[in-house]
Ligand binder design. Structure first.
Ligand code: PRP
Ligand code: URA
Length: 209
C-alpha cells in the first residue's frame, strides 16, 4: 500500500484554515471541497490512457483518452458527501456509489445503514472519499463492502488521517493506496484525531450549534 501525503502548499494552507475552531459552515464546506479537488487530481495522476482516433479540426489524429470506464466516487455517508462536489470537479462523469456508516461513539465500531454501489464496479476504479481516517474502522468496512461487490481497483482519499488509521488500513487492505491531505499526530481516548478537525460530519452539516 502506498500512502501519498500531499505536499502541495495550497493543500497545507487550506487544511490549516479548516482547523480554525470558529470556521463557518460555509467556509468549512468550501475548503473541504477545494482540498478534495486537489487530492482528486493527485489520485488520478496514474489513470491509464489509450490512443483513440480523433477527428480534429486539422484532420484525423490519434490522441490519448482514458482507457477504462469512468471511476466511481464512493462517499462514506454522511461526511464523505462534503468532498463529493470537489471530486466531481475533476471527474464530472464519475458514477457515484454510496456507503452509509455511522461510527458507534462508545465502541468506535462502524455500523452500516445503507449502501448503493454501481453494478459494474469490477470494471471501474473506486475512489473512496471521507474527510477523516481515525481508527480506520469505517474506511475498512466500506472497502470490505466494495470488494464484496467486485471492486478490484480501489483508492481512498482523506482530508485528515491518524497514524493509527493508516496502520489499520495497511493491515486490512494493503492493496489500497491512500491520498491524504494531512497526516496528524494521534487519536485521543475518544477516537478523535489530534489536532484534527473535530467532528467533520457535524461541521459540514451544521449539526453542532
Ligand atoms: C466519521 C468520519 C469517518 C469516521 C472515521 O463519520 O467521517 O467516516 O467517522 O472514524 P473511524 O476511522 O474511527 O471509523 P461518523 O461515523 O461520525 O459519521 P457521519 O459521517 O455521519 O458524521
Ligand atoms: N470522526 C470525525 O469526524 N473526527 C474525528 O476526529 C474522528 C472521527
Amino acid at each position: 500500500m502506498a500512502v501519498f501525503a500531499s505536499n502541495h502548499p495550497l493543500v497545507k494552507h487550506k487544511v490549516s484554515l479548516l482547523r480554525e475552531d470558529s470556521i463557518s459552515v460555509k467556509s468549512f464546506r468550501e475548503l473541504a471541497n477545494e482540498i478534495a479537488t486537489l487530492l482528486t487530481v493527485e489520485a488520478t495522476s496514474n489513470i491509464a490512457l489509450k490512443n483513440a482516433p480523433i477527428s480534429c479540426w486539422s484532420g484525423n489524429i490519434s490522441a490519448p483518452i482514458m482507457a477504462d470506464k469512468n471511476p466511481t466516487l464512493v462517499p462514506i455517508l454522511r461526511a464523505g458527501l462534503g468532498m463529493l462536489d470537489g471530486a466531481l470537479n475533476v471527474i464530472p462523469c464519475a458514477k457515484i456509489s454510496v456507503v452509509g456508516l455511522k461510527r458507534n461513539e462508545e465502541t468506535l465500531e462502524p455500523e452500516g445503514y445503507y449502501q448503493n454501489i454501481v453494478s459494474d464496479i469490477a470494471e471501474r476504479k473506486a475512489m473512496v472519499i471521507d474527510p477523516m481516517l481515525a481508527t480506520g474502522g469505517s474506511a475498512i468496512a466500506a472497502i470490505d463492502l466494495l470488494k464484496e461487490s467486485g471492486a478490484k481497483d480501489i483508492v481512498a482519499l482523506f482530508l485528515v488521517a491518524a497514524p493509527e488509521g493508516i496502520e489499520a488500513m495497511q493491515q486490512a487492505h494493503p492493496d489500497v493506496d491512500l491520498y491524504i491531505a494531512a497526516v496528524d499526530q494521534k487519536l485521543n481516548e475518544k477516537g478523535y484525531i489530534l489536532p484534527g478537525l473535530g467532528d467533520a460530519g457535524d461541521k459540514l452539516f451544521g449539526t453542532i450549534v
